[in-house]
Design a protein around this ligand. Structure first.
Ligand SMILES: Cc1ncc(COP(=O)(O)O)c(C=O)c1O
Length: 477
């Protein structure tokens, strides 16, 4: 389902986003301004939960905070989910404030590759803060151990505090992933996070599918300490740790369903194999995030339903029955936010291209355009013509920097593999003029966290539309 279709509606010569007239937002707040819909965030979570639960009844949804830590947005999300995935002290403090204000239990999964001592302490002590202030029920906190040295740091902190923290071992299944098509791949052999499953023979043996070998490349080098098998055993045997499960993460915006399928197969089989060695000690399987969003370039992203079915199939095939946690960020926030920007200058260059200069910058407002060659969907929202004349324009950011351009370059779809779109211009329904307003769609994930003051620019305002609040349109930054 493409949520964007229901979100945007034309009304005479403008566009409504979730029933908000975008011209009114521009008039009232100026540009560049992000507009978020709280209602869409709620709809996304409801959709994700329903589709996951339909095939996997023991699933809890965690919100992966790193993609958007605006406190007002986290507060809305806190009403809808049971867990937050945190990676830093600031994220931790935001959750703590929310649970105390709301008097609602939220569990924590702390996942960062490096966890400073202060953060480890904060996470270990989190259940105390929450239970004393909220009610007799306890919030839980889990530390996802990322490496051998991370385990040692957590053991030291646990010893000092005299508390046995609940831990998950963050496992890298080391599957074959084409980095070109999955720029944020996190489950391939060279990934920087997690500890790799070193012995793949038992998984290959347990699988009924001979093609699994193609997906599980031989490990050329076997680390002495940083393997998933070693960490599971060390954590299990440690008198300072309470091993409760595994953690893993395929990557972000993974658009190939086969990756999900093989990832689920390998981690569920590994869960079973390790649990047989440690008396079924592990009860939780946290599968991380990565649930993809339909951005501008391709309609081929796997649906949550397909992903959920694949998970259910693999859980059954592996014969396990864990509590499942999924940590979603992008799917929850991306299409709930847009960025309004004004055309400040138009110009032509000698190769005949028409250039429209926006009052935003990719560096500070849409960083993924640069780091991940992201292409968003750009729509004109004012004085829309009745008939489509079609005019093509290059859109660029408002700094002198050469890379500061919004126009998509190369887009490769992992599902219809041959299709490589190389586009330098964007088509609009009429010629653009100075003062026109462009909406950049589906920018709710990751963008606001990267906002900076590059070139002395101010950070864009952030406005929230929430139909459940008294003041339906609220400026939050
Ligand atoms: C451990 C972990 N969980 C969850 C996520 C969220 O991924 P997404 O925003 O694609 O859902 C990330 C993102 O990188 C991650 O590293």
């Amino acid at each position: 389902m493409n949520h964007n279709n229901i979100l945007f509606r034309r009304d005479r010569d403008t566009i409504l986003f979730d029933d908000v007239n975008l011209r009114n937002i521009e008039t009232k707040f100026g540009t560049p301004t992000y507009l978020f819909s709280a209602d869409q965030i709620r709809r996304n979570i409801k959709f994700l939960r329903e589709k996951m639960l339909e095939y996997n009844p023991q699933t809890s949804i965690a919100y992966s905070m790193k993609n958007n830590i605006i406190p007002e947005i986290c507060t809305i999300i806190a009403d809808e989910v049971d867990y937050f995935e945190t990676t830093s002290m600031l994220e931790q403090k935001i959750v703590e404030k929310i649970i105390l204000e709301k008097k609602k239990n939220i569990h924590i999964v702390s996942t960062n590759i490096y966890k400073p001592d202060g953060l480890i302490k904060e996470v270990i002590e989190y259940p105390n803060i929450s239970s004393s202030e909220i009610n007799s029920a306890k919030c839980h906190s889990f530390l996802a151990i990322d490496s051998y040295h991370d385990l040692k740091n957590i053991v030291k902190a646990a010893q000092r505090l005299g508390v046995k923290p609940k831990v998950l071992i963050r496992v890298n299944p080391g599957i074959k992933m084409d980095i070109e098509e999955t720029i944020f791949a996190s489950a391939n052999i060279s990934a920087k996070c997690a500890v790799v499953i070193s012995n793949i023979k038992p998984i290959i043996k347990a699988s009924n599918d001979p093609t699994i070998k193609i997906w599980l490349p031989e490990r050329q080098f076997k680390p002495e300490f940083d393997t998933a098998e070693r960490l599971v055993k060390e954590a299990n045997e440690s008198e300072h740790l309470d091993l409760v499960g595994l953690h893993c993460h395929l990557g972000s915006q993974i658009t190939n369903i086969e990756y999900f399928d093989r990832f689920f197969e390998v981690v569920t089989r590994f869960f079973k194999i390790m649990n047989e060695e440690i008396n079924d000690k592990m009860k939780i399987l946290d599968l991380g995030g990565g649930y993809p969003v339909d951005y501008a370039h391709c309609e081929c992203v796997p649906t949550i339903e397909d992903i959920s079915k694949s998970l259910s199939k693999n859980i059954k095939n592996s014969g396990i029955n864990p509590e499942i946690i999924i940590e979603s960020g992008r799917f929850i926030t991306a299409n709930s936010g847009l960025l309004l920007s004004k055309i400040t200058i138009t110009k032509e260059n000698s190769d005949g291209h028409k250039i429209a200069v926006l009052d935003l910058s990719t560096y500070s407002d849409l960083l993924d355009v640069l780091t991940a060659q992201w292409s968003y969907n750009y729509s004109l929202i004012n004085e829309l013509p009745d008939s489509d004349q079609k005019a093509t324009w290059r859109l660029v950011g408002g700094t002198n920097d050469t890379l500061d351009q919004l126009t998509p370059r190369i887009v490769k779809c992992s599902n219809c593999k041959e299709q490589i779109i190389e586009k330098k211009e964007i088509t609009f329904p009429r010629e653009l003029v100075i003062g026109d307003i462009i909406a950049v769609k589906s920018v709710g994930a990751y963008t606001t966290c990267f906002n900076s003051n590059y070139c002395g620019r101010s950070k864009p305002l952030i406005v929230l539309k929430d139909s459940t609040s008294k003041q339906q349109i609220l400026r939050i930054r």
